[in-house]
Ligand binder design. Structure first.
Ligand code: ADP
Ligand code: MG
Length: 263
């Protein structure tokens, strides 16, 4: 059975793309067949995995419009996962899809044709709650919400949870909120911990372990065309390996997810 996980938060800069690239690499290293889907017109995931969005003939854009088969657009990446890439054309998909029936189901339908070739599909959603994110949530079994551990991090979480509830009610009753993943976490300050306690207290959401530490290796990695798991050992890559192990124990063996105790 294929697991499809959407990584969503309408706020930019919370490590959605980093999480998809790094978790994808960790799952591939654990022997899983992984597909990464870039749903952001900025194409950051595509670019960070070594492909130039401006040089691509076709992308997830044409796939969503039903003009090209998903299998014809897949690319390989250095880290192992396959990639359904994005180009800036995707910025127009929002408007094109608005005129189509069943617009929230376009990605779900497209992935249905290739899902059997993969064990895990990770979807990198754009920083908005528009039709592309609705496609990501409608195609997914589960949703993971990266949250940067900073002041006012909770702003927007309520709106995102309402969107998830709408999707559960209307387009995807099977969608499960896996939890919030704390990112850009600084263990040396009490501030990061206070933010997590605030978010978990306010919304009653689970905080997935481990928190992903803030480290400069991520900026270096995204400029190099491979994820932070590639190359020298570092605590960022290690955290994503642990997250992968946490998810695999849950998916394979039905283990309870390991959570952060926000106190
Ligand atoms: P989003 O997709 O949510 O907009 P990104 O994954 O693009 O966020 O991350 C935003 C920026 O933060 C990028 O420059 C990325 O390299 C950096 N970043 C992500 N995670 C970390 C981390 N754990 N430590 C340091 N920098 C990080
Ligand atoms: Mg992104």
């Amino acid at each position: 059975m294929t697991r499809t996980l959407a990584v969503a938060n309408q706020k930019g800069g919370v490590a959605k793309t980093t999480t998809v690239a790094s978790l994808g690499a960790a799952l591939a290293a654990a022997g899983r067949r992984v597909l990464l889907v870039d749903l952001d017109p900025q194409g950051s995931l595509t670019f960070s995995l070594g492909h130039d969005p401006d040089a691509l003939e076709s992308s997830v854009h044409e796939v969503l419009l039903g003009d090209v088969a998903a299998s014809d657009v897949l690319l390989e990446t250095v880290d192992g996962p396959s990639l359904l890439p994005a180009t800036i054309d995707l910025a127009g998909a929002e408007a094109m899809l608005l005129m189509r029936a069943g617009r929230e189901f376009a990605l779900r339908r497209a992935l249905g044709t290739i899902a059997a070739d993969f064990d895990v599909v990770l979807i990198d959603c754009p920083p908005s709650l528009g039709v592309l994110t609705l496609n990501g949530l409608t195609a997914a079994d589960e949703v993971l919400v990266p949250l940067q551990c900073e002041t006012l991090a909770h702003r927007g979480v309520g709106q995102l949870l309402r969107t998830v509830a709408d999707v559960q009610a209307i387009t995807n009753p099977g969608l499960t909120l896996l939890g919030v993943l704390p990112t850009l976490y600084d263990a040396r300050t009490t501030h990061s911990r206070d933010v997590l306690a605030d978010v978990s207290g306010r919304y009653g959401v689970d905080l997935l372990a481990p928190p992903i530490p803030r480290t400069v290796r991520f900026a270096e990695a995204s400029a190099s065309g491979s994820s932070v798991l590639h190359g020298r050992k570092n605590k960022g890559g290690e955290a994503y390996r642990q997250l992968a192990a946490n998810l695999l124990a849950h998916w394979d063996g039905g283990a309870d997810l390991v959570l952060v105790d926000a106190g």
